[in-house]
Every structure is written in structure tokens, then in C-alpha cells.
Design a protein around this ligand. Structure first.
Ligand code: GLN
Length: 545
């Protein structure tokens, strides 16, 4: 096949309908029929990337191998497809404008007036086609963030209109995701919001080819027919997307509805039965666990599900791999103190101290580390969580009571976590951290080596501060070992406590690389350690009875 086909996914009626999951599920079905598929997200906000956004605003910032700070939907794309994404898979209005303005400053528009149409829309069209032009993909799915009718979405919808026209029939289609609400007082499903949203799309010259209707109740035939008739789509192109108990059910739900068939038909491509064997094996393990472990997630954004999205999903993958349910108990680090640590942590089978930035909640994280270290509870520290483990060890084992990270206390006499020289002069905020995939070499006879079963690994980073090698010897002599290093810089990437059953802190983010097809080995091993801890503890308490 020579031409790449394009599928645009737009959203109507309201946000949060799950465009990312629908896009990822469709991509999964296409991939499982042999089509090389990727997904891209266009975000209509003016930030150049979500790297500077607070998790309260936009959930987790996902990081790709090439160091792009991206929307969390890219995490879903990777988890579903098991194919890495890159900077090209996430573009914001800020980035579009930045490139157009830079071109203007370089004089590339030859004195012309620079305008939204055609210059901004041309840049959007260019960004949409970058992935297709690599020759790596048969199908590119582009998810347009926001809701049609929003002022900021207009240039994107216009770019879609032009592209549909330029690429021609059978080469580009639009899937419109809408809501069909159920009014319980009337006992009815209502199609009017969908009709209006399709009309809004048509006012911009874009016809939806497929409607995916989010609904809490089954869509009866007459409702589907009504939607088809009033929205100019074929009845078989009205797809129901009913609430699911897990996002991992959605590919099968879409398969039952024939979304893949309709889409491939409109793109003039052959359809076949997708091979979902591995996917369904995962689902069956996920849904039929033979036990349960409870893991504490210590963070400061715990009230927001989206802030630790990749960590929660990595636990789902690792739980299925171990055939147990991982119950994640969120514990707010700001309210964790020496006096309540035991009460909040003693029933847990494992503790994960989460990544983060800034001072808020760090003392609670340090308390949590001390408790699990002293009580032999399996521990995984990620990024800031690893840094907290080093600080706790320095304070309570080495006796350096004022040990800290210079992120929290610039003047600390014992900066066990410190800024790298190259970071010291930076004042610009965006994209200035150690980002993306870096090599790490593992020491033999360590948990790390046992987990990864290989000498060199590549994991993704997103941080400014580092383990301070000036304290390495002192810390190692006291019993905490550095077990993974960056081979070029000598930076410590992993720490462990060999005297503890399972205590490991990693400077990188393993959660970004966990997928359904490839559950992350560190999470798999952590859940296993939690399971062992639970089993051993139960036998201890039974022996004591
Ligand atoms: N705030 C810490 C740093 O910048 C850790 C970052 C993180 O947890 N992602 O080094």
C-alpha cells in the first residue's frame, strides 16, 4: 500500500467522553488485522506542551522515548498498541503558533500577511501528515482535542475539512464521538445533543462518516435509525459505546459494534477477523484474579485519578501478569506524619512513593519510606520517590539530620540530592529537564539485574535533580547500594537496600513503558514481592495465634 489513510476523531456535546480510548481501541482493532497504525493527538491549548501544566489542570504529563512531554492520551496509545510514540504524536496550538511565528521571524513568508488561514491551518495539515510521510504507517488516527464548536478548535476543524478534500474519498474519514444522554425522568435516550453537534461540525463544512455514541444504556434500533437519518450517516455507522467496567474492554465492544469494519470499508481497505488472542488472555487474567494485594500510593495528587495514570495502569498490567488484583490505596502525603504512619501503612503489602515536584507533602513521603524500610514492606520509589528514599536513609541511618534535596532547601548543608551542573543556569521552564530515554547499566546480583535480566536498560526520565555522587561512598557503606548507573555520566539511576526484602528506588519512570503486551518487569516484580509479603505475614500471624 502506498498511501497512508487518515482517520480524524472529533468530539461533540461535552469533553471527557473518552476520545483517546476510542481512538486507541480502534487502532488496536486495525493493528490486530495487520495494519500499521499510529495515533496522534492535537491539543487546542496555547501551552507549547503539557510539561509546564500542573497535574490538577491536565493530569499526568506523559513522556516519550525522544523526551517529548505529552498529553496522557499518548500513554493509552502506547499501552494499547505497544508501539512507542514521539513528539510528532502530540501537537498543541502553542507549538503550531511557535513554529509559524519562528518562520515569520526568519522571513520565510516573504513579506506576506501571516494569518490563521492559510498559515496556521497549513502548519496543522503539515503536522498531521508528518507521521504518514515516514512510510511507517498504513493508517494514522488523529484525535482532535476539545469539543467541536469551541473557538480554539476552529482552525483544526478547518484543517480537517481541507485535508478531507485534498486527500480524497476513501483516504480520510471523520469519526465523531458524541453523548446520547438518558433522561431518567422521561425514561428516554435523547438524540438532540448529537444532532446539534453534527450540525455544528457541518457548519464548518465537515461531514461525520461515523458516529460513536457514548451512552449509559443500550441504544435501541429506533434511536440508531433516528441518529442515522438526522445526522447523514449510514445506520451501520452509528456505533454504540456503552460504559465499560474497564477501558481494556473497549476494543472488544467496538469489535462487536463493527467499528473496524465500517471504518475499513470507508477507507476502501479489506477487513478480517482481528487477532486479539494475547489481548483477551490479558483481559481474562485481569478479570479473574486468584488473590489480592493492597499497595499504598503515597502522593500529593491522590484525589485526582489522572495524575498518576501510568502508575495505575502499570499496576493493572502487573496484577494480571501475577494473576492478582492490585488494590491501590491512595494516601495523601501531606497528611502523613510520624504519629499516624503506622495506622495508615501497617496493613499494606507494598508502598509506592510517587514522583512529584516541589516541597508540598515531601515530609510525609519521607515518613512513609522510614516506616516501610523499618518494617520490611516492599518499596518502590519513583523519581521524587527515589530521592525521598535517599534523603530518609541519609537522615535516619547516616545521622545527617539536615540532609535534603536542594530542590526543597537550597542551603541544606547535606545536599544528598542536588542539581546537575548543566541545570544550574537554566531559567526557562519548558523542556529543560533530563527528559526521555537514557541508558542505564545494572550491577550484578541486585534486584534490578534480577528484574530486568539484562546488563543495559533504557528507561524514560523527567527530572532536574540527581543523586549526589559526593555522598555515594558514605551511603553505600551504611547499607544502601547504587545498583544502576548512566554509563556516560556516572549518574546513579537506581538504589536498593540489600538487607531489606524488596526496596528499590529508580530515578526514571518505569510506568511510562508498561503496556498490555509488555507489563513492566519492575512493576511485575513489585507486585510479586507484595504477594510474598502478604503470604509470609499471614503465616507469621497464624503462627502467633
Ligand atoms: N522534582 C524532582 C526533580 O526534578 C523529581 C521529579 C519527578 O519525580 N518526576 O528531580
Amino acid at each position: 500500500m502506498t498511501t497512508t489513510k487518515y482517520i480524524f476523531v472529533t468530539g461533540g456535546v461535552t469533553s471527557s467522553l473518552g476520545k483517546g480510548i476510542i481512538a486507541a481501541s480502534l487502532a488496536k482493532l486495525l493493528q490486530a488485522q495487520g495494519y500499521r497504525t499510529t495515533i496522534q493527538k492535537l491539543d487546542p491549548y496555547i501551552n507549547v506542551d503539557p510539561g509546564t501544566l500542573n497535574p490538577y489542570e491536565h493530569g499526568e504529563c506523559y513522556v516519550t522515548d525522544d523526551g517529548a512531554e505529552t498529553d496522557l492520551d499518548l500513554g493509552h496509545y502506547e499501552r494499547f498498541l505497544n508501539v512507542p510514540t514521539s513528539q510528532s504524536n502530540n501537537v498543541t496550538t502553542g507549538r503550531i503558533y511557535q513554529s509559524v511565528i519562528e518562520k515569520e521571524r526568519r522571513g520565510e513568508f516573504l513579506g506576506k500577511t501571516v494569518q490563521v488561514i492559510p498559515h496556521i491551518t497549513d502548519e496543522i495539515k503539515h503536522r498531521v501528515q508528518i507521521l504518514g510521510q515516514t512510510g511507517d504507517y498504513d493508517i494514522v488516527i488523529t484525535e482532535i482535542g476539545g469539543t467541536v464548536g469551541d473557538i480554539e478548535s476552529l482552525p483544526y476543524v478547518e484543517a480537517v475539512r481541507q485535508l478531507k478534500w485534498e486527500l480524497g474519498e476513501n483516504n480520510a474519514i471523520v469519526i465523531h464521538l458524541t453523548l446520547v444522554p438518558y433522561l431518567s425522568a422521561a425514561g428516554e435516550l435523547k438524540t438532540k445533543p448529537t444532532q446539534h453537534s453534527v450540525k455544528t461540525l457541518m457548519e464548518s463544512g465537515v461531514m461525520a462518516d461515523v458516529l460513536v455514541c457514548r451512552t449509559e444504556h443500550e441504544l435501541p434500533r429506533d434511536v440508531r435509525e433516528k441518529l442515522a437519518k438526522f445526522c447523514n450517516v449510514r445506520p451501520e455507522a452509528v456505533i454504540q459505546s456503552i460504559d465499560a467496567s474497564t477501558i481494556y474492554d473497549v476494543p472488544n465492544l467496538m469489535l462487536d459494534e463493527g467499528l473496524d469494519k465500517v471504518v475499513l470499508g470507508k477507507l476502501a481497505l479489506n477487513s478480517s477477523q482481528p487477532d486479539l488472542t494475547q489481548w483477551n488472555q490479558f483481559l481474562s487474567r485481569h478479570k479473574n484474579p486468584s488473590g489480592e494485594v493492597t499497595i499504598g500510593l503515597i502522593g500529593k495528587y491522590v484525589e485526582l485519578q489522572d495524575s498518576y495514570k501510568s502508575i495505575l495502569e502499570a499496576f493493572i498490567h502487573a496484577g494480571a501478569e501475577n494473576e492478582v488484583k492490585v488494590k491501590v490505596e491512595s494516601i495523601h502525603s501531606e497528611y502523613l506524619t510520624e504519629s499516624n504512619a503506622a495506622e495508615k501503612l501497617k496493613h499494606l503489602h507494598g508502598v509506592l512513593v510517587a514522583p512529584g515536584f516541589g516541597e508540598r507533602g515531601i515530609e510525609g513521603k519521607i515518613e512513609a519510606v522510614q516506616y516501610v524500610r523499618e518494617h520490611n514492606i516492599p518499596f518502590l520509589g519513583i523519581c521524587l520517590g527515589m530521592q525521598m528514599a535517599v534523603i530518609e536513609y541519609a537522615r535516619n541511618v547516616l545521622g545527617l539530620k539536615d540532609a535534603n534535596s536542594t530542590e526543597m532547601d537550597e542551603a541544606t548543608p547535606n545536599p544528598v540530592i542536588d542539581l546537575m551542573e548543566s541545570q544550574k543556569t537554566i531559567t526557562h521552564k519548558g523542556g529543560t529537564m533530563r527528559l526521555g530515554a537514557w541508558d542505564c547499566e545494572l550491577i550484578d546480583d541486585t534486584i534490578a539485574k534480577d528484574v530486568y535480566q539484562t546488563k543495559t536498560i533504557k528507561e524514560r526520565h523527567r527530572h532536574r535533580y540527581e543523586f549526589n555522587n559526593k555522598y555515594k561512598q558514605q551511603i553505600e557503606e551504611a547499607g544502601m547500594k547504587a545498583t544502576g548507573f548512566n554509563p556516560e555520566t556516572g549518574l546513579v539511576e537506581i538504589i536498593e537496600i540489600p538487607a531489606h526484602p524488596w526496596f528499590i528506588g529508580v530515578q526514571y519512570h518505569p510506568e511510562y513503558k508498561s503496556t498490555v503486551a509488555n507489563p513492566h518487569p519492575l512493576f511485575v516484580s513489585f507486585v510479586k514481592a507484595a504477594l510474598n509479603f502478604k503470604t509470609n505475614n499471614n503465616s507469621v500471624s497464624m503462627a502467633q495465634n
